[in-house]
Design a protein. Structure first.
Length: 168
């Protein structure tokens, strides 16, 4: 058991070197601080666990998502599914109208076609997602959430405009 525990500290040191190498050059001070901190962690297993966290943090920092970026930024919020799904649904509804227009099936008729039903489902289906987004994000980041809601409203209006203008 002691021989196994004595192998954990050198393994932790090797993992720490790897974590320092993974970090971008702009984070060299952070890498040095993590390396120095390792020698002050008591217990080999605790040091190995702590080093695992450092490796994970290094990979997160290396991969496009920076740890010091605010998650409540406009871009951060738009990337949330409850923000981009309604946008995608509105744009898809607009695309359904465009395809129907290009194929010559955009005419008024007594029995609505499949395109009209798809458009209605897309437009109605996004309402609960929009409500969820507003309830979740308006209290947390009101300025950014209002900008995203404005974008979503613009997408809804873009999908509604052809129906209104063409009296469909």
């Amino acid at each position: 058991m002691n021989a196994r525990l004595s192998l954990l500290r050198p393994l932790a040191r090797r993992l720490m070197k790897h974590a320092a190498n993974v970090l971008p050059g702009s984070r060299s001070d952070w890498a040095q601080a993590m390396t120095n901190e390792l020698e002050h962690v008591e217990g080999d297993f605790t040091a190995l666990r702590w080093t695992g966290g450092c490796v994970l943090a290094s990979y997160i920092e290396r991969g496009g998502r920076k740890m010091n970026d605010p998650a409540n930024s406009f871009i951060g919020i738009v990337r949330k599914p409850c923000a981009f799904v309604p946008l995608a649904m509105s744009l898809t509804a607009l695309g359904v109208i465009a395809v129907a227009a290009l194929s010559g099936r955009l005419v008024q008729r007594a029995d609505e076609g499949a395109e009209a039903h798809i458009w209605q489902l897309l437009m109605a289906g996004q309402l609960p997602v929009l409500a969820f987004f507003a309830v979740k994000w308006l209290p947390r980041a009101p300025k950014q959430a209002l900008c995203v809601l404005g974008l979503q409203v613009a997408a809804v209006l873009a999908a509604l405009a052809p129906v209104y203008l063409l009296h469909l």
